[in-house]
Ligand binder design. Structure first.
Ligand code: PLP
Length: 429
């Protein structure tokens, strides 16, 4: 491509803002495989700043050219290849649903499990495919054998669904919840480990750890917390809703006992797809949320008795993994860190702004949040959309008030420039 097309891209982007590119350059013109091949010589750091590469990634999606989406923390869009697979599988299923879904498409289930296990870095016998993080973690929260008086250590900033589930368990079974409260940003991860350790007692049975806090993107030192917990015979549940396929880790690196994630977040898989991990030797003692055959007692598949579900969506997880692997987690993480810091550094220089997220790649990646003195979060996010057509979300949780911003691999710098300008204008008023 090189010179001419680069020149063309630069010209268009400076004339009209690069968001105008998507209808002009279609992915049919430049096969994505070719882009990957052309850039194979770049290191992950070099690729992170190579906007031409990321323009091509953007072309693989069907996102709006007119509204800027900075809320991938909610749920991510799927690349076209994943959307197409869902449509194809659903059309096939609609010919004879019980035949094509259960006898044909479902043949792909075990190969998919293998692919997911490879991506996650664990055995196929430790992975159940389900619909989301809530389902995965509530399976553990409600399935763990705990008795009245047993203690669970968790944070006030864990995800509400999980807190609701733990509170329900406390009410029903008399278990005791010990909350710690995190400060954002925390630059020294040891402080977080120490807070968990201080809350552990002889009665603690479980530590609940949100690997990446959804409100502000703070990364928790899950492995170090797990090591301290295990020394005391405490089991560890990791909420990996935001860390999976976003930052570079394998489940084995964390040495947790249980983990749940949503594949429709950073993997960009179909909506309503998720994954549960349980360490092999723990499977037997966890009751599944939905009753399963007794012979499956020691089998991870006992957590998949969900009844009828969207097999098309489930099978298209495979295309999402292929797409994710084409970009590669190292390249993806470096790019996400780069674009997060691109806007966050600029915004943090402004008067009246408090950044609630660390700029250190060890402590955060794509998700970050900030507050503007005297401005209410809901009003602020409303203003971003109404005046600038930028989609961000308000956050209001305990001691944290602000706006959360979460770009993705399809976000281009001209969008972030528009966002920075909008923040400057709003902060001045
Ligand atoms: C940290 C965290 N855990 C769990 C969830 C729940 O995810 P889902 O709605 O896919 O179950 C979310 C959703 O945003 C989250 O941010």
């Amino acid at each position: 491509m090189k010179k001419n097309r680069r020149h063309f891209l630069q010209k268009i982007s400076s004339l009209t803002g690069a968001i105008a590119l998507s209808p002009i350059i279609s992915n049919a013109q430049i096969p994505f495989e070719k882009t990957i091949e052309d850039k194979a010589h770049l290191s992950a750091e070099e690729c992170a700043v190579d906007d031409e590469f990321w323009y091509q990634v953007r072309q693989q999606y069907t996102i709006s050219s007119n509204i800027i989406n900075l809320n991938s923390g909610g749920v991510s869009p799927q690349p076209k290849v994943v959307q197409d697979a869902v449509v194809r599988y659903n059309q096939l299923s609609n010919e004879i649903p019980s035949y094509y879904m259960w006898r044909v498409l479902d043949q792909g289930k075990e190969p998919l499990r293998k692919k997911l296990a490879e991506l996650a870095g664990c055995s196929t016998e430790e992975i159940a495919i389900n619909r989301n993080t809530s389902e995965a973690l509530e399976t553990i929260i409600f399935g763990l054998p705990l008795e009245a008086g047993d203690e669970v250590v968790l944070t006030e900033q864990d995800y509400p669904n999980m807190l609701h589930a733990w509170r329900q368990r406390a009410k029903r079974d008399g278990i005791v919840l010990k909350f710690i409260s995190l400060k954002f940003p925390t630059e020294d991860q040891n402080d977080i480990v120490q807070q968990y350790v201080n809350a552990f007692t002889d009665k603690t049975k479980v530590a609940h750890v949100t690997h990446m806090i959804n409100w502000v993107g703070q990364i928790l030192p899950a492995r170090a917390i797990a090591d301290e917990a295990h020394k005391r015979g405490i089991e560890v549940i990791v909420d990996a809703a935001h860390s999976f396929a976003h930052i570079d880790f394998k489940i084995s690196d964390l040495d947790c006992d249980y983990l749940g994630t949503s594949l429709h977040k950073w993997l960009c898989a179909p909506f309503g797809t998720g994954m549960l991990y349980i360490k092999k030797e723990k499977i037997k003692k966890i009751y599944p949320l939905f009753g399963a055959q007794e012979k499956l007692v020691n089998n991870i598949r006992k957590f998949e008795s969900l009844g009828t579900r969207s097999i098309g969506a489930e099978q298209a997880i495979g295309q999402a993994i292929d797409f994710h692997n084409m970009i590669g987690i190292e390249r993806k993480q470096k790019r996400l860190q780069y674009i997060k810091n691109y806007w966050a550094k600029e915004v943090s220089k402004l008067e009246n702004i408090t950044l609630l997220t660390s700029l250190d790649p060890k402590n955060a990646c794509a998700i970050a949040a900030f507050s503007i003195k005297g401005k209410k979060p809901e009003k602020l996010s409303g203003l971003f959309f109404k005046k600038y057509k930028i989609h961000v979300v308000p956050i209001r949780i305990g001691n944290v008030f602000g706006v959360r911003v979460s770009p993705n691999v399809f976000t281009i710098k001209s969008e972030l420039d528009q966002f920075i300008e909008a923040v400057k204008e709003i902060a001045k008023t």
